[in-house]
Design a binder for this molecule. Structure first.
Ligand code: SF4
Length: 178
């Protein structure tokens, strides 16, 4: 449904605003790489703009910081509707390795609504282009959600009395029963 809505709303071109709320610049480099002539996303109608007031899409990198949350929110509110937000990179999607540090509020979705997530640390430029193209309906999605279940391993209780032998010749007696 979101795909149909995107095709209807952003059928001709997509103007993107690039926002880093506190990342390490790894994701920025990949996003800017996408926007340079090497990958040339302008051929798909995707264009970088310098102001959120002209943007259809915000590309967010980095986690939401206490120091930048208000500026991020202000930039989001300045964008005209309809608008989309992409969280790019592990930090923007889930807080990344900084998620529980004192300066970090968490993923950007704690500050602004996020429509699409492109994980990776950092995601490859091809992954970013593919994610945006899937979102706006330029290509079809080739993956389906998978539910992971934690495996239950038959791990026996370890106790020193279950050991026999000495030094390097120690043997775990219950090993045969595993
Ligand atoms: S996801 Fe990785 S590369 Fe991107 S901002 Fe976070 S730490 Fe840096």
């Amino acid at each position: 449904m979101l795909k149909n809505l995107c095709q209807k709303m952003f059928g001709r071109s997509l103007w993107v605003y690039h926002a880093n709320s506190g990342g390490c610049n790894g994701c920025d480099i990949e996003v800017l790489n996408v926007l340079t002539p090497y990958y040339d996303v302008e051929r798909f109608g995707i264009k970088l703009v310098g102001s959120p007031r002209h943007a259809d899409v915000m590309l967010c990198q980095g986690p939401a910081l206490r120091a930048t949350a208000r500026a991020l929110r202000t930039a989001y509110e300045a964008m005209p509707a309809p608008k989309l937000v992409f969280a790019i990179g592990g930090c923007a999607c889930g807080g990344g390795i900084w998620h529980d540090t004192y300066a970090v509020l968490g993923p950007v979705e704690k500050v602004i609504p996020v429509n699409f997530y492109i994980p990776g640390c950092p995601p490859r430029p091809e992954a970013i282009i593919y994610g945006v193209a899937v979102a706006v309906g330029l290509v079809d999605k080739k993956v389906a959600p998978v539910e992971f279940k934690e495996l239950e391993m038959p791990i026996p209780r370890y106790h020193p009395s279950d050991l026999r032998g000495k030094d390097e010749m120690v043997v775990y007696e219950k090993m045969d029963k595993i």
